[in-house]
Design a protein around this ligand. Structure first.
Ligand code: GRF
Length: 189
């Protein structure tokens, strides 16, 4: 089984997945990293795991369809079975969604359907929720709206700072994403 990871930034989830594959805790290979930011730190992490990497910048293409067609060509060439978004800050368009139905999953740092969007941790913290968590879901045309695959909650203590909550959420993400991907792979995706 071959996984492609899409990421735009730090890449801690990429690294958790790549490490788990290397250690055979996930019975698959991270065959590709697709990144849309040429200075993203995830690119440094990818060197360590020698993951084949492509950087595609949307503004270099006529439109999102052309951009996604280019990505699909690389995905097909590399016989990718599963696409894992991990901090990929682009909305998947219909071109990509139709090419890989039910094969694209995402991790979101809140308990969906609450706190959709790019600032989920800050939004939930500012709202004052007492239960924080992480969601893994299929990617659909509705942002953060696809079918939920798995959720987990952190051990929140009253008075935890946002930094502490963030750290706990990221630790949980790395465990839950690896576990969920492994289960999907074992099922044949
Ligand atoms: C994670 O919090 C993930 O839930 C969200 O983007 C963040 C990516 O973090 N979608 P990293 O780049 O994997 O460290």
């Amino acid at each position: 089984m071959k996984i492609a990871i899409f990421a735009s930034g730090n890449g801690s989830n990429y690294e958790a997945i790549a490490k788990a594959c290397k250690e055979e805790r996930i019975k698959a290979e991270v065959a590709l990293l697709i990144c849309d930011k040429k200075n993203a730190y995830v690119l440094e992490r990818a060197k360590k795991y020698q993951t084949k990497t492509y950087v595609f910048t949307l503004k270099d293409y006529k439109d999102k369809e052309e951009y996604e067609k280019t990505i699909i060509k690389v995905l097909k060439e590399n016989k990718i079975d599963l696409i894992c978004l991990a901090g990929y800050m682009k909305i998947c368009g219909s071109t990509l969604l139709e090419a890989y139905p039910n094969k694209i999953i995402n991790i979101h740092p809140a308990l969906l359907p609450a706190f959709k969007g790019a600032h989920a941790i800050l939004d939930s913290y500012n709202y004052g929720v007492k239960v924080f968590g992480v969601t893994i879901h299929y990617v659909s045309a509705e942002i953060d709206g696809g079918k939920i695959i798995a959720q987990g909650v952190i051990d929140y203590k009253e008075g935890d700072s946002i930094e502490v909550v963030e750290e706990k959420i990221h630790q949980l993400e790395h465990i839950l994403y690896v576990d969920t991907i492994n289960k999907l792979i074992l099922k044949g995706v």
